[in-house]
Write a protein that binds this ligand. Structure first.
Ligand code: GLN
Length: 487
């Protein structure tokens, strides 16, 4: 086994035992990047010098001591670029550490590289990056998912031991599913958003992508907690999200796993359906009691999301006006021309589409019909989950309705692109936690390439320990997570 193949857990154990040094770990990742990133193109930039000096000083006795971690290019790290995948921020350098970065450093980790993404996290394929698309390590002609496509591809391709991503409507879980790694969206309010470039503030949450559920738990432990800089971060005890791993899922009573019937509709790839159904049977063999549940407002989730997310985005992105930071148009005629050309030149097509949509749904005369109504339906969607969680401990369903699709296949069809998140969006609207774990492979019709499939578990607010427990039990008894792409 190469060093770059190690999980965070195993790497950290070897660092602690002084069998490896943090510099060895960094060198292993660097040589893997040199070998495969010219094809995968997961990274946008790396600060090797800083990383090497941090590795030399790393305290390996800390929980993530000496472990290099890749960071989605939307989270601020002092002195490093933070482009958000946009020309608007191409030459921006972060003047401060996001809270999650400060916390990772406190746990001993080294935030060493910047991972590609859809511009401002808007997209499901990483093709909306202003710089270049990232490719799926299982098939370089396919997309890695998005918007955290660089994070998922790097972890799957052994170019990062683990990474941080952000999830507004599925951007951690969907690429994790399509690349064959584990991705966790924490409960809204568990992780501080301070220092995350905002897309839709009531939905955004930072979370880990890694090769195992345990690694995700370790990272989540490190980044969680109330932060006075983010008033939406909640004062819940952080606890240890790995505490229940390996314990029988049927502790005091039988684990009840809900199957939301609305998530098994026509239109999903039959291979995804087959793999997920087999996975659910497997969960039953682990002792879980399967319970059919209904989330009756599921059909409205995508529509509601594209009203609320675009509305919030239109407000959040108003700050990119060329005055204080970011791209600025040259030689404007007057102030209006300055704003117009700055935004015309700095934003890509999808971002402009969202700003226009969001401005429209908030405009006077339409606010009640769209935004206000969407907020009401959001409440109904949230109540569906509250009711379901009275009956079950967690829910299980597919992460993505499809296998990874070909680059370019959906770039002219925004609606089809939006439907890639049909199974992940409701969790963000409801604020609950979710994790995607590998559950098998499908093969592409055209060329027979093996492509990963993801299984999604959804959990109660702040119940990540239990969510990871069931995901871990599934992962460890099947071993799908051990497969690595033929790069
Ligand atoms: N694909 C969804 C979108 O384009 C979700 C993105 C995300 O979670 N950041 O908005």
């Amino acid at each position: 086994m190469e060093i770059s193949d190690l999980s965070v857990t195993d790497l950290q154990a070897r660092l602690r035992a002084r069998e490896l040094s943090p510099l060895d770990a960094l060198d292993a990742i660097e040589s893997r990047i040199a070998a495969v990133d010219p094809q995968v193109q997961a990274y946008l930039s790396r600060d090797l010098e800083a990383a090497r000096s941090e590795a030399e000083r790393a305290d390996v006795t800390l929980p993530l001591g000496g472990v290099p971690i890749g960071i989605k290019d939307v989270i601020n790290v002092t002195g490093q670029p933070c482009t958000a995948g946009s020309k608007m921020l191409e030459s921006y350098r972060a003047p401060y550490d996001a809270t999650v970065i400060a916390k990772l450093r406190a746990a001993g980790a080294i935030p060493f590289g910047r991972l590609n993404m859809d511009e401002f996290a808007m997209g499901s394929s990483t093709e909306n990056s202003a710089f270049h698309p990232t490719r799926n390590p299982w098939d370089l002609t396919r997309i890695p998912g998005g918007s955290s496509g660089g994070s998922a591809a790097a972890v799957a391709a052994r170019e990062a031991f683990a990474a941080l991503g952000s999830d507004t409507g599925g951007s951690i879980r969907q690429p994790a599913a399509l690349c064959g790694c584990v991705g966790l969206k924490p409960t809204y309010g568990r992780v501080s958003r301070y220092g995350l470039v905002a897309f839709a503030s009531s939905l955004d949450q930072i979370g880990p992508l890694a090769r195992t559920t345990r690694d995700c738990g370790l990272l989540l432990n490190a980044i969680s907690g109330r932060d006075p800089m983010d008033s939406t971060s909640l004062d819940e005890p952080v606890g240890d999200c790995t505490a229940l791993l390996g314990h029988d899922i049927n502790g005091e009573r039988r684990f009840r796993l809900g199957i939301p019937k609305e998530y098994f509709v026509d239109g999903m790839d039959p291979q995804v359906r087959a793999a997920v159904e087999a996975a659910i049977k497997h969960c039953e063999s682990l002792g879980a009691e399967l319970v059919e549940v209904s989330l009756p407002h599921t059909e409205f989730a995508v529509g509601v999301y594209y009203i609320i997310a675009t509305a919030e985005a239109s407000a959040n992105l108003a700050r990119f006006d060329g005055v204080r930071y970011g791209h600025r148009a040259e030689a404007p005629k007057d102030l209006l021309d300055h704003y117009k050309r700055t935004r015309e030149e700095g934003f890509g097509g999808e971002v402009k589409r969202r700003i226009i949509l969001g401005t429209y749904v908030l405009s006077s005369g339409y606010y009640d019909a769209y935004y206000l109504r969407a907020q009401k339906v959001r409440t109904l969607i949230r109540r569906d989950f509250t009711a379901a969680f009275e009956k079950v401990d967690a829910l299980v369903c597919p992460t993505s309705p499809d296998l990874a699709f070909k680059l370019g296949e959906r770039t002219d069809d925004p609606l089809r692109m939006y439907l890639a998140d049909i199974f992940t969006i409701a969790a963000n609207l409801a604020g609950i936690c979710g994790v995607s774990v590998p559950c098998g492979f499908g093969s592409s019709e055209t060329d027979g390439v093996r492509l990963p499939i993801g299984l999604q578990f959804l959990g109660k607010p702040f119940d990540e320990a239990r969510l990871l427990q069931v995901a871990h039990a599934y992962e460890q008894s099947t071993g799908w997570h051990k497969a690595s792409p033929p790069l």
